[in-house]
Design a protein around this ligand. Structure first.
Ligand code: PGA
Length: 266
C-alpha cells in the first residue's frame, strides 16, 4: 500500500527544493569567523532551504546580521522547561532568541553524553511545547549491522512516544548512521559515508514506520534527510535521490568553498 502511494507521489514531483542544514558543532572559535561564514552562506544563491545550527553563544548576533535570509536552530536543549540546572539552555530561551529549530538525538550527544531516545523524547516534548521545530537524528551505530532496521525502529518508537500527529510535520528527520559521521575534515580519506542508495532505502524505511504509526495522510509531511561524511564531491548524488529530502552537513559546512558548492547543486 505504501509503495503504491509512494509511486504516485514520485510521479507528481520534478526537481524539488530540498533542505540543507549546516551543523557547525563546536566551531568556529570566534564571532568574527562565525559572521564571515554566515554571510557567505546567506549570499550563496540556492534553490534549497538553508538552516544553520551554530553554537548557542553566536546565535543572537548571527540572527541579527542575516535578517531572515537564513533559518537558525540550536544544537541541543534541556528536557526541563526552566529552573536550577546549571549550564543548561531551555527550549524557550532558544525560541526567544529567534531560532526556529533545535537538533536532537545527534550521535555525538549519544556518544559523549549518554543520551538515549527516552531523553530525546523528553527534549522533543519540551521543544514542541515552546514552539520550536525539531531536527531529529536517527541512525544505527554499527556499519553492516544485521539489526540496523531493528535499531532504527526502536529509536523511532521511543522518540515518537506520545508525539501527536499534528506535531509530526514539525519534525525533520536526519538519517545519520553513527558510523558515517566524519572526523570533522570533509576530505579525510578515513571518512565512510553511506551510499546514496542505502540512505534512500533507509529514508523509505523511516517514512514507512511513520506512515504505519500516523496514517497515509502524513506522508507528504515527513522529511528525511541524510547526514554523515558529506562533501562537495558526494553531496549531489544524495540530493538526486527522490526520497532523500535534504542533507545535514557537519565538517564541510565550515568550509566556504565546500558549502557554497553543495548549496548550488541540483
Ligand atoms: P559530518 O557531520 O558531515 O562532519 O559527518 C554530520 C553531522 O554530525 O551532523
Amino acid at each position: 500500500m505504501f509503495n503504491s502511494l509512494f509511486r504516485k507521489n514520485k510521479k507528481q514531483k520534478t526537481k524539488k527544493s530540498k533542505i540543507i542544514i549546516a551543523n557547525w558543532k563546536m566551531n568556529p572559535q570566534s564571532l568574527l569567523e562565525a559572521k564571515l561564514l554566515v554571510k557567505t552562506i546567506a549570499m550563496t544563491k540556492s534553490r534549497h532551504k538553508k538552516i544553520i545550527l551554530p553554537p548557542f553563544i553566536w546565535l543572537r548576533e548571527l540572527i541579527k546580521i542575516t535578517r531572515k535570509k537564513i533559518i537558525f536552530g540550536a544544537q541541543n536543549c534541556f528536557w526541563e522547561e526552566k529552573g536550577p540546572y546549571t549550564g543548561e539552555i531551555s527550549a524557550t530561551m532558544i525560541k526567544n532568541s529567534g531560532c526556529h529549530y533545535v537538533l536532537l538525538g545527534h550521535s555525538e550527544r549519544k556518544k559523549y553524553f549518554n543520551e538515549d531516545y527516552d531523553i530525546v523524547n523528553m527534549k522533543m516534548k519540551v521543544a514542541l511545547k515552546s514552539g520550536l521545530k525539531i531536527i531529529l537524528c536517527i541512525g544505527e551505530k554499527e556499519k553492516n549491522s544485521e539489526i540496523s532496521h531493528q535499531e532504527i525502529k526502536e529509536q523511532i518508537e521511543k522518540a515518537f512516544n506520545k508525539i501527536t500527529k499534528e506535531n509530526v510535520k514539525k519534525i525533520i528527520i536526519a538519517y545519520e548512521p553513527s558510523w558515517a559521521i566524519s572526523s570533522g575534515n570533509p576530505n579525510d580519506p578515513e571518512n565512510t559515508p553511506d551510499t546514496p542508495q542505502n540512505a534512500a532505502t533507509n529514508a523509505i524505511f523511516i517514512k514507512k514506520l511513520l506512515v504505519k504509526k500516523y496514517g497515509n495522510s502524513i506522508l507528504n509531511d515527513i522529511k528525511v534527510l541524510y547526514g554523515g561524511s558529506l562533501n562537495s564531491k558526494n553531496a549531489e548524488e544524495f540530493l538526486k535521490e527522490e526520497t532523500i529530502d535534504g542533507l545535514l552537513i557537519g565538517g564541510a559546512s565550515l568550509i566556504p568553498e565546500e558549502i557554497t558548492k553543495i548549496l548550488s547543486y541540483y
